[in-house]
Ligand binder design. Structure first.
Ligand code: 1PR
Length: 547
């Protein structure tokens, strides 16, 4: 049996722990030491416009892949990548399905403890474990990676050691060198997510599925190689396309875009601006080179999100066509539906993950949780942020902040962190603070962006999506002061958002602030600048980016 463990080093354990003590690779090792069966497989890769679209197995039996879906995160994207390669999935329902598999895929987990609990509950946790045997083998499945960027998202890392050098297939450098992929026998494990690494990642999945025998394998490898001549060992700055989604007045889900959060036309009947269909636009941005795609259901605070079937359907359809990380936000909170049935925010998030989201983004509810935490100094463990983060891992939880700039005369006028402004306010104020808003910018709360960011990091946020109501839709550039302020507050990545109006705004935000990603909406929706031009500009400016 061939086995592929995607993102084996869970965020709560390092790869070494997984290999040496318990977990997917341990399971995989057990399987590898059992019956090794491999059917010769001839597959054909069909490629259109430089993208891998499908490969066909020679028989039905060859075309089957066994998937151990233990319900711990976004497995839909793994499913979609397998289907895209022309293979069928057999789900594991009982331990024998694993024994009988020709090829087994173990999707990665965000929170190792939660995933292991599910495996144990389903009796898939195998205790018959052998000690790791050091084997050295060349890797066919990674031949196409070369030095391209692949998508990592994890908190812990395993470093190369003398003890593991023989099974190391790839390493990457971020601060220090750490393991990116390992193999032992027919077992492969990647720390990164191939199914979220665009064409380069799909090539890895295909190579695993067809055993690297594809007649076009080398050609695809060359495509992947020439697609980036840059070093892949530096963390790339990400460009994220954002789609604000809501129902228009006819009830259809449309992508809209506001000016300072006002999404209605300024003239005529003031309808909600309609900039296109969510799935089509998301696919276009993926093909244009977006590193991630974010959907924000901007009226989620009003509606019950699980009643919002169209949004779930948007995720399901998008994840069939988009192989980079998908984020969804809007309305993630505990709520009761109209029939009085209670849903926890965890259930809401789970539904989003099952439908194809890799990360969820919490706005309003995170502000309330941060206020409570700052008031009591205690973590309750019951907020949506804490619960989702503990089950799915903090890498799967973004907090979206909606601040607006409030000018003040002096730095001590408010109990919040202030900045000295470059351009004075309307009444010659020299200072400002950033007030957090909730409910789509409708209500101001007594908490600053700096304080909020610090609190939500403590509560389990893995990233901050930092919008700016003043800059939203203005096209005058990002609020660099705000981004610097919030970056000082946290150690987690900050996504700069709101205000991009030209390619120069992207290089500006990356060169002048520590932002790890830049999110933009209007500039892409209006086709003012293609994402690829932004990336080329960033490369010219010496900013590491995935091309
Ligand atoms: O509070 O958990 O229900 O989440 C609601 C989410 O919806 C929040 O993430 C909030 O930021 C977002 N949201 C609510 N109302 C609006 C609105 O526009 N009326 N959109 C809204 C937020 C900001 C960005 C936008 C950037 C880039 N829009 O998403 O895409 O500002 O735009 P630009 O490049 O065109 O300047 P909850």
């Amino acid at each position: 049996m061939d086995c592929l463990a995607l993102r084996s080093a869970a965020s709560s354990l390092c790869l070494e722990d997984v290999l040496c003590s318990q977990g997917q690779l341990r399971l995989a090792e057990h399987l590898h030491d059992g019956k090794l069966r491999r059917n010769a497989l001839t597959s054909q890769v069909l490629r259109t416009n430089g993208r891998i679209s499908a490969c066909k197995a020679s028989s039905n039996q060859d075309a089957e892949v066994t998937l151990l879906d233990y319900g711990a995160g976004n497995v839909r994207s793994v499913r979609n990548a397998i289907h895209l390669m022309g293979f069928q999935i057999k789900d594991v329902n009982k331990p024998e399905d694993i024994e009988n598999a020709n090829r087994l895929i173990l999707p990665g987990v965000g929170s190792f403890a939660a995933a292991m609990a599910k495996l144990e509950e389903k009796c898939f946790f195998l205790t018959q474990v052998k000690k790791v045997v050091t084997l050295k083998k060349p890797s066919k499945i990674l031949a196409g990676v070369k030095r391209n960027h692949v998508y990592f998202v994890h908190s812990y890392r395993a470093v190369p050691l003398v003890e593991n050098e023989d099974w190391v297939l790839a390493t990457t450098v971020y601060g220090e060198e750490f393991l990116a992929a390992v193999s032992k026998g027919n077992v492969y494990a990647t720390q990164f997510h191939p199914e979220k690494s665009g064409v380069v990642g799909l090539d890895i999945v295909r190579r695993f599925l067809d055993g690297g025998r594809s007649c076009e394998a080398e050609e695809i490898s060359r495509v992947a190689e020439t697609s980036s001549m840059r070093s892949g060992s530096t963390l790339a700055k990400r460009v994220i396309a954002c789609l604000d989604v809501r129902s228009n007045d006819m009830g259809d889900l449309v992508v809209t875009k506001g000016d300072q959060y006002d999404v209605r036309e300024q003239s005529g009947d003031q309808e909600v601006r309609n900039l296109g269909k969510p799935v089509d636009l998301a696919s276009r941005y993926y093909e244009d080179g977006a590193d991630e795609v974010t959907f924000l259901n901007i009226t989620g605070f009003r509606d019950s999100p699980l009643g919002d079937i169209p949004m779930l359907e948007v995720l399901r359809s998008t994840s069939k066509r988009v192989f980079v990380p998908l984020t969804v936000g809007g309305g993630i909170r505990d709520f009761k539906d109209k029939d009085g049935r209670y849903y926890s925010s965890l259930e809401v998030a789970s539904e989003y993950f099952r439908s194809g989201a890799d990360k969820i983004s919490i706005g309003t509810d995170a502000v309330y949780a941060a206020e409570e935490y700052l008031k009591t100094g205690k973590k309750t463990g019951t907020s949506s942020l804490e619960q989702i983060s503990s089950v799915y891992g903090k890498q799967a939880v973004i907090v979206s902040v909606d601040p607006r700039r409030i000018y003040i005369k002096g730095p001590n006028d408010v109990p919040f962190k202030t900045i000295k402004v470059q351009t004075t306010g309307p009444n010659d104020e020299e200072y400002a603070w950033y007030q957090c808003m909730v409910k789509g910018g409708r209500e101001g709360r007594p908490i600053g962006a700096f304080e909020l960011a610090k609190a939500v990091e403590d509560l389990g946020a893995g990233e901050i999506l930092l919008n700016c109501i003043d800059c939203d839709g203005q096209g005058n550039g990002y609020d660099l002061d705000l981004i610097k302020l919030v970056s000082e507050a946290v150690t987690i990545p900050v996504i700069a958002s709101s205000g991009a109006g030209s390619i120069h705004h992207f290089s500006e935000v990356f060169l002048q602030t520590p932002a790890s990603a830049a999110l933009a909406a209007g500039i892409f929706h209006r086709k003012e600048v293609p994402i690829m031009s932004v990336k080329e500009h960033m490369m010219k400016a010496g900013i590491e980016t995935r091309i």
